[in-house]
Design a protein. Structure first.
Lengths: 337, 337
């Protein structure tokens, strides 16, 4: 597995993206920046500069933008119409080679549009996808598409299998990733028209296809890479988060039932904190838009400074692992697009 | 809200359906049967009778079948070809008026096929759906379609909204249920072609439509009834189960980390048992195939005697609540099919 030698990585960061921008975003940049990781903070100086005072660091540089894109706008239109917005400018730093990746917590739609329209697809990749890493019980599970493509055809799911495999090999060091298809039964005759078509294509591909994976097995080592359309994938990812939150809330409530439970809960607290962390998307991995000519990392809208710093570190890791080049090499070569 | 007066309910039960049939199924029947709930146990006498010895109860009656349907068979073909199988015969007891509902833990596909082909659709209902009740944090959430229709059109999701509303009103006593559409964003412009189309139809309907519900809000009181296609719904339901299982496993593992955690875990155990029960599909509700001329309750394949007994009790409750009649009255009248 070849990878770029360790060294300076430069990432652009949308200083105005996210519910807690710019304060938390700037703080995240300051936390993650280092001699090995330079952060180009893209934002309007009048908004961002107040939070930059006193950094005195050569590792964080302000790149002035002139506008912003809100989550209520139609993404493609906003991206086309506002080239000097922080989201578009951040993406442009990648397409112009000034940064190797772009990280942002703004509207997923705008990040997606900026990725597709500005960073642009790898030639041969039909549908760049959002790749996320789920906290499986036996290790990470690469899951895609988590929301880039609401409507898919079978050949797109095949492509997701190839993209996910590259990610698993380069980012997670899994030599021959097992690829599964999220479906509603284990038998190959089960599923929607889309799933049936994707099953045939995946089974005939050179990927290590292990068949259908049901929702209940997704976290239980059924496969290293699990593919689905962006609608099901987004629902699944958010449901997983919601279910974990609901359950931990119930566990907390259980710890207030009576004195015995209160003491038990207090004693168990440090261990439970680790459970929480293991299931926290801010901790366990970033979300990547893969299939583009540069790395794009999409953060949760409500990202804290910790989440932003982690996303920058994950992004720098992915750049060093050479994931974009691997996608270009493997999908750019074999695909017909 | 009118409902059938309390009194004797008769339910057919597939004695040969499920991973633990017939032993657990028969035990479940014995546990649930009462002067108010008569169970017609459908199975081959040579298989079932050994477990019936010594009941001496007039509330459980063996109805002899002559074959069985396995989960590996093509359901519709098996149902058409084997009229004397326990699954088909159980459904026939409903269509012939000898039972008011049919409960089974066999293959979902076979239960579905028996429901559609033998019990038959209510005239006017296009797509009977699998309705399940999720353990929301503020109360039950009616969720459909959990797997009957892998491919849907927008008008089917509208129908699910109507079916789910009837269920919420009659089974859960929610006077004016809020109906939500499972989707990948809150804005009405978000989603797949299917979701966009369904959104328009639901918004224009007489239902109390509250808009899109994201995966992360499904358990957090976003709506009383949430509709989606049977593919997404089945993935979501199973993922919810899998996530709860993974998380409770992590909590248990956390309770073995060190002595402090062990003591904490021991003290918290009774309270956690309640959390487990609240999230256990065996405890919190049945899964109904709604839109048919009789009640069909589909149990988990791995149902224990407790699950079977609960499904029978839930089923009897649904019969007394008059859900089938309500569907016939409300959807049979207004639909054009």
């Amino acid at each position: 597995m070849e990878s770029r030698p360790a060294g300076m990585v430069t990432l652009a960061l949308d200083a105005e993206g996210g519910d807690h921008a710019p304060e938390e975003v700037v703080a995240g940049a300051r936390a993650a920046a280092s001699p090995e990781l330079k952060v180009l903070l893209v934002g309007r100086p009048e908004i961002v500069a107040p939070y930059l005072d006193g950094i005195g660091s050569a590792n964080v540089e302000l790149v002035p933008s002139e506008a912003t894109i809100s989550s209520h706008e139609e993404p493609a239109k906003a991206v086309r119409g506002r080239p000097m917005s922080s989201t578009v400018l951040g993406a442009r730093l990648v397409s112009e080679g000034r940064a190797q990746g772009f990280v942002g917590a703004g509207s997923t739609g705008a990040m997606l549009a900026a990725g597709l329209l500005v960073v642009k697809r790898v030639r041969g990749v039909k549908r760049p996808a959002i790749v996320t890493v789920l906290p499986g019980m036996s290790g990470p599970v690469v899951f895609l598409d988590a929301g880039a493509n609401a409507d898919c055809r079978p050949e797109h799911l095949l492509e997701f299998g190839a993209l996910g495999s590259v990610f698993a090999r380069y980012a997670l060091d899994i030599e021959r990733p097992r690829v599964g298809l999220l479906n509603i039964g284990e038998e190959e005759t089960k599923g929607s028209e889309l799933a049936l078509g994707a099953h045939s294509l995946l089974a005939a591909s050179g990927l290590d296809f292990v068949g259908n994976v049901e929702g209940r097995d997704l976290l239980f080592d059924a496969a290293d890479v699990v593919v689905t359309d962006g609608f099901t994938g987004n629902v699944a990812l958010k449901l997983l988060e919601g279910t974990a939150r609901a359950l931990l809330l119930r566990v907390r409530q259980a710890g207030e039932a009576d004195l015995r439970s209160k003491v038990g809960s207090l004693l168990l607290r440090p261990a439970l904190r680790e459970v929480r962390a293991a299931l926290d998307p801010e901790e366990y991995g970033g979300t990547y838009l893969l299939g583009l000519r540069g790395l794009v990392v999409i953060c949760h809208g409500n990202s804290s400074r910790v989440a932003i710093a982690n996303a920058l570190r994950f992004g720098a890791g992915a750049v060093r692992q050479g994931i974009v080049e691997a996608v270009e090499r493997e999908l750019g070569r074999t695909a017909d697009g």
